[in-house]
Design a protein around this ligand. Structure first.
Ligand code: NAI
Ligand code: MG
Length: 356
């Protein structure tokens, strides 16, 4: 029986998680599956209960699971706390403890939500369904040497972008595997016209590609990729890139869809559990009011079923149920346009359940 560790977290975390777990239970009934759930503390609730954002017990509960499902962490209550134990440190900590080096961020414009999209209507009409695969544990965020110094010439700061062949290969494999489950195209994004590290990145990506003759590899400079994402995102399927470029491009891709409450994510390691979570935060402004959109978390359940629990049919059923719910016109506040009736978090969950 697959084990899932549940980290509801803070703010809207518990509300959106409740709906996600109802969906998981329904999937179990519909497909004759059982899931063993273990709840653990992270973020602000963990600080309140134990004094720190990531209790050892939580790390162990995650380690003995096949997947981790997370709501969101943080909120004004913990804003003035010692920065070393902020709620967000729980998130960074668990990613590190689980060795999660690959961040998968699908940005999809649901046709039903085209009005919310920031792109020109004729471009939005062509569709946007991109999965950014971002390397998470290497690159310029972690490279040495790094620092700040004052020299005769004045103050200076520096960081180093380093990628080892093995780091590039493993993120490449994740991207090509993901492409096989989608549109069979990978675009590797780098800055090989300027950066030496990018030339190694390209070489290794091309080597990985030889193991995937069924997947098409293309290459693009990051500045062009940023432009192409808004000019014609329909050209992309999977985009694989390093830590820094992936940080920027994944936010760009998400933002142009215009619906933060709709977007899931996955973080994967070499072995051990993957971590699944909505890309949004704990939305303290609407917490506890039954206003949150649970669909990003429900779609994170779908990603979990597909990428960690090897239940592709079940994943598709969840995704189709979300589509049908949108087709029926149900909208939470974040995705409502003028004139739409607005439903709450629980009603949205009810509607998805009814469609599975
Ligand atoms: P946020 O994503 O929580 O909220 C931004 C805006 O989007 C707010 O107006 C919020 O009401 C709305 N929103 C977000 N998710 C929604 C949903 N599911 N349904 C409807 N509306 C939704 O980002 P913000 O306000 O910058 O951060 C709030 C707290 O969350 C902070 O403590 C921050 O550190 C934390 N945070 C946590 C993250 C995580 O757990 N992965 C990621 C980002 C922020
Ligand atoms: Mg970012």
């Amino acid at each position: 029986m697959p084990k899932v560790c549940i980290l509801a977290g803070d703010g809207i975390g518990p509300e959106i998680m409740e709906q996600a777990l109802r969906v998981l239970e329904r999937v179990g009934q519909r497909f004759g599956r059982e899931f063993s759930l273990e709840h653990a503390l992270i973020g602000g609730v963990a600080i309140d209960a134990t004094g720190g954002p990531l209790p050892q017990e939580t790390v162990e509960a995650c380690r003995r699971s096949d997947a981790v499902l997370l709501g969101a962490v943080g909120g004004p209550k913990w804003d003035d706390i010692d920065p070393a134990i902020r709620p967000e440190k729980g998130l960074l900590g668990i990613r590190k403890e689980l060795g999660l080096f690959a961040n998968l961020r699908p940005a999809r414009l649901f046709p039903q939500l085209r009005d919310a999209c920031y792109l020109r209507p004729d471009i939005a009409a062509r569709g946007l369904d991109v999965m950014v695969v971002r390397e998470l544990t290497g690159g310029i965020y972690f490279g040495e040497p790094r620092g700040e110094e004052t020299r005769e010439t004045g103050r200076m700061g520096y960081n180093t972008m380093v990628y080892h062949e093995e780091e590039i290969r493993r993120i490449g494999v994740v991207a090509f595997e993901a492409a096989r489950k989608r549109g069979s195209r990978v675009c590797s994004v780098d800055k090989a016209n300027v950066l030496d590290v990018s030339r190694v990145w390209r070489e290794v990506m091309r080597e990985v590609a030889t193991d995937y003759p069924d997947v098409e590899l293309s290459e693009m400079y990051v500045d062009n990729a940023a432009m192409q994402l808004v000019r014609d995102p329909s050209q992309f399927d999977v985009v694989v890139t390093g830590n820094l470029f992936g940080d920027v491009l994944s936010d760009e891709a998400a933002a142009i869809t215009g619906s933060i409450g709709m977007l899931p994510s996955a973080s994967l390691g070499a072995n051990g559990p993957g971590l699944y979570e909505p890309i949004h935060g704990s939305a303290p402004d609407i917490a506890g009011q039954d206003k949150a959109n649970p669909l990003a978390t429900i779609l994170s359940v779908a990603m979990m079923l597909r990428h960690s629990l090897e239940m592709p049919e079940e994943a598709t059923a969840v995704e189709q149920a979300v589509e049908q719910t949108l087709d029926q016109g149900l909208r939470t506040g974040d995705i409502a346009q003028q004139g739409d009736g607005v439903v709450g978090c629980r009603a949205m969950g009810d509607a998805v359940l009814a469609c599975i």
